[in-house]
Design a protein around this ligand. Structure first.
Ligand SMILES: [Ca+2]
Length: 57
């Protein structure tokens, strides 16, 4: 778990890495919801596209 969040491999989770990890967790949840379809799925898919704009590197 720690390795997955330590994006630059320095052995510590920086604030930026923690924030990106949290975004990733949220993003994964949104993708799961988007696959279920319906109105909730459409909202989740739209939210996912917004997140992708911020997480573009
Ligand atoms: Ca790090």
């Amino acid at each position: 778990m720690l390795d997955a969040f330590d994006l630059d491999g320095d052995g510590e989770i920086s604030n930026t890495e923690a924030a990106r990890a949290n975004l990733g967790v949220v993003d994964a949840g949104l993708q799961t919801r988007a696959k279920r379809g319906g109105i909730i799925g459409r909202l989740a898919a739209a939210a996912h596209r917004v997140l992708d704009r911020f997480d573009n590197d």
